[in-house]
Design a protein around this ligand. Sequence first.
Ligand code: SF4
Ligand code: SF4
Length: 483
Amino acid sequence: MSTARHRFPEIPIREASSPAPAPPQGRLAQMVEAFATRHRDKLAWIHVAMFLGFMALMIVPLFLPLPDDGATFYNNFPLFANFVIWGLWFPLVFVSVIFTGRSWCGLLCPLGACSEWANRIGLKRPVPAWVRWRGTPIVSFVVITVLAQTVDARGFPEGLAVVFGLTFVCAIALGLVYGRGRNKRAWCRHMCPIGLMLGVFSRIGAVQFAPKRPRSGGDAYTERGVCPTMIDINRKTESRHCIECFRCVNPEARAGLKLLLRRPGREVAEIRHNNPNSAEIWFLFLATGLSLGGFLWLILPQYEQLRQAVGAWAINNGWYWIGTPGPWWLMSVHPAGREVFTWLDFFMITGFMLACAVALSAVLTALTAVSSWAAGRLGADGNLRSRLVELAYAYMPVAMISLVIGLGGKLFATLPTIGLSAAWVTGIQAALFGISVVWSLSLGRRLLGIQGLAGPRRWAAMAPTAGAIGLIALAWWPAIFGL
Ligand code: SF4
Ligand code: SF4
């Protein structure tokens, strides 16, 4: 007996009561938790600094002359402000959700902080049904995205001030009126277009706040708890509405939430356990089409031909007003900057972007529905609608990169000024898009696997969705490789 015992290396036996050591990612999460909770009281100062910084970037360029032809963001403040907002802030905040979730919202955003400050002194009325409607943030996103194009928020500081000024006013107004309890952020939960993007895409991120003592029943909404975005924290299963404010986290407590690090994409691959909903799918489809439309109207010769034809038809019918410029808060009117939009431009840009959004959504819905129908015939579980909603989450990576390339194109446009050749910029964009396509295909495969399909049946059901993903890639071809 004793010889047999010594034939194998001894395995150290831990006392039953001693806790298992945390894995490396667990230790990192614990360190972040401890740091964030220790310094939570300093967040207000960060918000004040961010508010002042944002105000400077938004307001100072309004009082400076237009840049000369040879000016760059190194030597011209309006160009610098434009680069910081559109070239750095927008794409980087967006991509950061993969690594740190909605940390921008909880830790840095001055807009959300203003809304919360307003809530402290406001009326604290219950959030009404029209604000809580799932389509409200989508409408807000569509309005702001189209307005950013018609006022040319990327080209002129006045446009930027209109878009951010409007969102600031709405965020403060909503905070002043709605949200019971203290420190609520009805704007961040229900209406912020940026929050919608960051929230939906945070589902593929590596960060999660999970209840230490989860309660069954799935996600629930409450205006009474500690959470500023009205999450019933013990029933939390989805990341979307969590702005990572750390208010529900106390490393010493046995209840509340804890920070977990996870493999990116896991929440989406297991979406059926994480509150899937069709509103997010509509957002993914519409946002992809909208950003595509916002890019294509600038480069397609067919858009210009259509514009000329519509203009000629309107003039022939006596609608002369259509050739005159409208108000500055609705469209870009910059004679000195050689850009004056007329009502024709306003309606054409708006119509074209909305048409692209609706057309692409219809195609993606149809192809995903064919996949889901085929999956059902091949033995997948659930009904057609539930399969469709689940599978549509596979588009998340390509939708995200569509928004980065379409709406955050300033970053790529600026890369040559820091010495990168055009070929490198094209390579980076193509690589990002390639990764997103592969990721989307892999997610689709996993989602169909969870629905119960394997082997060739899984690939057969996946084929129409793979075609749709390829179609999105093809649509972005001109943006990446040129016409
Ligand atoms: S939801 Fe919008 S306003 Fe709120 S913190 Fe996030 S980005 Fe800022
Ligand atoms: S769940 Fe916790 S960390 Fe997330 S927003 Fe609510 S209170 Fe903040």
